[in-house]
Design a protein around this ligand. Structure first.
Ligand SMILES: Cc1cc2nc3c(=O)[nH]c(=O)nc-3n(C[C@H](O)[C@H](O)[C@H](O)COP(=O)(O)OP(=O)(O)OC[C@H]3O[C@@H](n4cnc5c(N)ncnc54)[C@H](O)[C@@H]3O)c2cc1C
Length: 467
């Protein structure tokens, strides 16, 4: 009898450093690399994330074909798709990487009830249950989590598995759907080669200035690896390993500090995924009960102005337009616009979370929820509620020459630098000289920041008193 192994691909679209694939190849007469198109995942993702995923799968298929295999695509739900496939094969075991979102865990549980499912860790470097307090409870604050995390040794490239040089064959008669390929995502070519190029380039250069440059909106000081990590075109282990090498090669303490900061960001990713694993209620609910009753405003016009980059605050609008145009936004930008939505407009963070989830090419339920709850001050390890970003000073600080604003808000491009940040400060004569009409060429501010700040302080105070 043939031994059939299904490699069920989810967030690990790569052949190298793939524990599930390695296990699936062992002892198999036939290997079936499988992706299931699941409506829950596809419908939640906007066109960019969907396109990234599908193009990454097409790239994987090319690599599989070069090894005499091929990708099989089936339509979900996963449980029935897998049951059907196992029946067609006359029996098969399934190998997959463990995924930690509530949706993925419920799906896998349902699948494991009807077929044999073997799961391997990999989406993270440290499993959520590997980093616990001494009493066995999960951490809810990042810093002690991080300290425990670093008690485990960092990986090196030698710990990462190479891609296999041959694969068991895939049966020829198996039906497979065509991949419904979308428009490529311009800034994020969805291939493993591109992911590795980015990681290598970053680890050989910009990582050494990461801490100093990562907050600048106008510089490319970050790795832009988030979509590749999101879909596993590189593994978390590989990213840690490359940064580890950079750390070992660093010549000064200052350089080590810069690199360490990037490692810490990868640990944030592990932390938020662990939070979602241990506290699935955070999807749809504030982590901190004392903020369950903030009197959020229902303000569809303000929400639409925020979504479309038309708030009248240039730094906010530049960030929101970058998101719409590219499917990505700088981390500092994410913090600025999230603070603006929740604190200046007093609109529920969940509206922002949903907009990001739809539009981000790296949209990830754990990191996105963590980022939104941090910004709203409702999450674990929350920034205190009275820390309210000033959208004007944030712009001056992190885009000092207004270059980022000029790029994404062309209406302001021809204004001298300070007025790119505060176009309302132009004297009428100067505005005329620059041919600029506030309210016509670019919107008036939809809210006064000082007024909004006070309103938010009162709303949060009221929520705490209501507890
Ligand atoms: C409101 C808000 C929403 C966010 N939504 C997402 C999201 O949906 N998906 C997502 O991947 N990140 C999200 N982040 C985190 C962060 O903004 C992005 O990971 C980062 O901007 C991606 O750019 P990069 O790859 O150049 O990051 P780098 O600065 O190079 O960091 C390297 C990697 O570390 C991880 N990382 C960095 N910062 C964080 C963080 N704060 N939390 C968790 N992981 C982090 C990412 O995987 C990132 O690719 C969000 C942050 C905020 C404030």
């Amino acid at each position: 009898m043939q031994i059939n192994h299904i490699w069920w691909i989810r967030r690990d679209i790569r052949l190298h450093d793939n524990l599930a694939l390695e296990a699936a190849c062992q002892g198999a007469d036939q290997l079936i690399p499988l992706f299931i198109i699941e409506p829950e995942l596809m419908d939640g993702a906007g066109p960019r994330r969907r396109a990234f995923l599908l193009i990454a799968l097409a790239d994987l298929d090319q690599h599989l074909k070069a090894l005499g295999s091929r990708l099989i695509i089936r339509q979900g739900p996963a449980r029935s798709a897998l049951q059907t496939l196992v029946d067609e094969l006359g029996g098969a075991s399934i190998y997959a990487h463990e995924d930690f979102s509530p949706f993925a865990r419920q799906r896998d549980q349902a699948v494991a009830e009807v077929v044999s499912l073997n799961r391997y860790p990999s989406v993270l470097y440290q499993h959520p249950t590997a980093i616990l307090k001494d009493d066995g409870d999960p951490y809810v604050v990042y810093t002690p989590y991080k300290q425990k995390w670093y008690l485990h040794p960092l990986p090196t490239p030698a710990d990462c598995l190479p891609a296999p040089d041959h694969l068991p064959p895939t049966p020829e008669n198996l039906a497979s759907l065509d991949l419904p390929l979308g428009e490529p995502v311009v800034d994020f070519p969805a291939t493993v080669a591109e992911a590795q190029r980015r990681l290598t380039a970053f680890a050989n250069g910009p990582i050494r200035k990461y801490q100093s440059q990562r907050n600048r909106l106008d510089l490319e000081g970050t790795s832009r690896l988030s979509p590749y990590l999101r879909f596993g075109l590189i593994s978390a282990r590989e990213a840690f390993a490359q940064a580890h090498i950079a750390l070992l090669q660093a010549k000064t303490d200052a350089e080590r500090g810069e690199i360490q900061t990037w490692l810490n960001e990868l640990v944030w990713r592990e932390f938020y995924t662990a939070i979602l694993y241990h506290f699935p209620k955070v999807l749809g609910h504030p982590f901190r009960e004392d903020y369950a009753h903030i009197p959020w405003r229902t303000a569809p016009e303000d929400l639409a102005a925020w979504q479309n980059g038309q708030t009248g605050y240039p730094a906010v609008d530049a960030c929101m337009r970058q998101l719409l145009a590219t499917g990505w936004m700088h981390n500092r930008g994410r913090m600025i616009v999230a603070s603006f939505l929740t604190k200046d407009l007093l609109i529920n963070w969940q509206a922002g979370e949903a907009w990001f989830m739809h539009n981000l090419v790296d949209g990830d339920p754990a990191a996105n929820n963590g980022g939104w709850q941090w910004s709203a001050g409702t999450g674990t390890d929350a920034a205190p509620y009275f820390r309210i970003f000033n959208p004007i000073t944030q712009g001056f600080k992190f885009d000092p020459d207004g270059d980022y604003i000029a790029r994404w808000v062309p209406e302001l491009r021809h204004l001298p630098i300070p007025f790119r940040h505060e176009p309302w400060k132009l004297e009428p004569d100067d505005a005329q000289r620059f041919g600029f009409r506030l309210g016509t060429d670019y919107p008036q501010r939809i809210v006064d920041h000082a007024f909004a700040r006070q309103r938010t302080l009162e709303a949060y105070k009221a929520a705490r008193e209501k507890k």
